[in-house]
Design a binder for this molecule. Structure first.
Ligand code: ZN
Length: 426
């Protein structure tokens, strides 16, 4: 296909903008907030039908009941010789909290002054709509891509349920992947996140009346309040966090991104007992050159050393439970980090197309948040995050997306899909 025809397609995107907006609105109208989750079946059926109508073969399966993943594959004409592309996005959106003051119903999208309002506009039904529309234009123009094209619409991203990980487990891969999540059309990698529970458990349970013998000279009772001992753990975490801030760094991030947040604490029975159990839920951020298992081990080693300096904790050391598969089901999650290779031909090609469409150099950097991109990276797929919408609007009241940005993004995807799937494998 000539550049002439691709340019005609780019003009078509302007002309058919209403159709693009309608597609984004249709996706937003499906109420897919997570939590509560288990509500994406209809939206995913819509995506599956859309892809299937364009000639994709569909794999659709329940990750949880009521939350199916959709993977569509459009086989290329010469898949062995030409690059394959994977486009990934999540269909779930952030929850709406009671009392939020929206100007419009979050699930009845409207466009006002060239801005699309609705839950998921920025994170990330806009990105899904733009990518789907790009594929539709290419197909309607009768273009047969030589390389394979895979489209993943996944569930669970907002609560760490990692529909994307389930796709990776099934073996779906590609020569290059774009996660079309909120990045303001910047090309990004990301740091990672792992959550963990630190638990202090006393082997005995004491009545409140024993406290005197437990803490005063001559009391003779070897026991402790798990809550009080947890304060030492919290101080230890702060020391480690500060040590990391001083000693760790990674290009593209401000110093000190490696935070350890004591997010939730639970402990004690009631006021007639000395607390025999205390559990702390922490959120640990790490850089792209770090692995979640290594970082978890760093925390454990440090806290076990803190415990050694206390006579009771030395005998009753804290225990750890890291990660998890869902903030809803098992109160834990992992988002692996994603390093990006600026010399990778896929990234360079995307950056060139971006520059062509925006008349401005692509910004390449690091997202301050986390996406499913880390799972694809961990599966060995060269991956970047690149999608429309601003992070300040994601999860926010009056979530919104600039129509101009959506149009520009759709143009980039149209040209990039065509270019990459027409580039020979190296
Ligand atoms: Zn997102």
């Amino acid at each position: 296909m000539s550049d002439m025809t691709i340019n005609q397609l780019l003009i078509q995107i302007e002309e058919r903008k209403e159709e693009l907006v309608e597609l984004a609105k249709s996706l937003i109208r499906f109420k897919t907030p997570s939590p509560p989750a288990r509500n994406t079946a209809e939206a995913q059926e819509f995506v599956a039908t859309y892809l299937s109508d364009l000639g994709f073969s569909i794999d659709k399966w329940d990750v949880y009941e009521g939350d199916p993943n959709v993977v569509g594959i459009l086989s290329g004409t010469k898949p062995k010789e030409y690059n394959s592309l994977l486009i990934n996005g999540h269909i779930d959106v952030a929850s709406i909290e009671e009392g939020e003051q929206w100007d419009y119903d979050p699930f009845s999208p409207v466009v006002k002054d060239n801005i699309l309002y609705g839950r998921g506009a920025a994170d990330m039904k806009g990105g899904l709509a733009g990518s789907l529309f790009a594929i539709k234009l290419l197909k309607e123009a009768g273009i047969h891509l030589p390389g394979n094209l895979t489209f993943q619409s996944v569930i669970g991203e907002e609560v760490g349920e990692a529909g994307t990980l389930e796709c990776c487990k099934k073996g779906y891969d590609a020569d290059f992947a774009v996660v079309v999540d909120t990045s303001n059309c910047q090309i990004q990698g990301q740091g990672g996140v792992i959550t963990g529970w630190i638990t202090i458990q006393s082997p005995q349970t004491f009545h409140d009346a024993n406290r005197r013998s437990m803490i005063h000279a001559g009391g003779g009772l070897f026991g402790a309040s798990a809550i009080e001992k947890m304060t030492k753990v919290i101080q230890g975490l702060k020391d480690l966090e500060q040590h990391w801030a001083v000693t760790k760094s990674y290009p593209g991030f401000p110093a000190g991104m490696t935070t350890i947040n004591p997010a939730v604490i639970e402990g004690g029975r009631h006021a007639a007992f000395v607390a025999d159990r205390c559990a702390l839920w922490i959120t640990v951020h790490f850089y792209p050159n770090e692995d979640h298992d290594e970082v978890a081990k760093e925390v454990e080693d440090h806290i076990l050393n803190v415990a050694k300096a206390d006579p009771w904790l030395r005998v009753n050391p804290p225990t750890f439970r890291w990660g998890g598969t869902s903030m809803i089901e098992d109160r834990g999650e992992i988002f692996p980090s994603l390093a990006i290779d600026e010399k990778h031909p896929g990234l360079q090609s995307l950056a060139n197309v971006h520059e062509n469409i925006f008349n401005d150099k692509a910004t390449i950097g690091m997202s301050p948040t986390v996406t499913d991109g880390g799972w694809l990276g961990e599966a060995g797929i060269p991956t970047v995050i690149y999608g429309p919408g601003k992070l300040e609007h994601a999860h926010a009241v009056n979530e919104q997306l600039s129509m101009d940005e959506l149009v520009q993004f759709t143009k980039v995807m149209t040209q990039f899909i065509h270019k990459w799937c027409n580039t020979r494998k190296v």
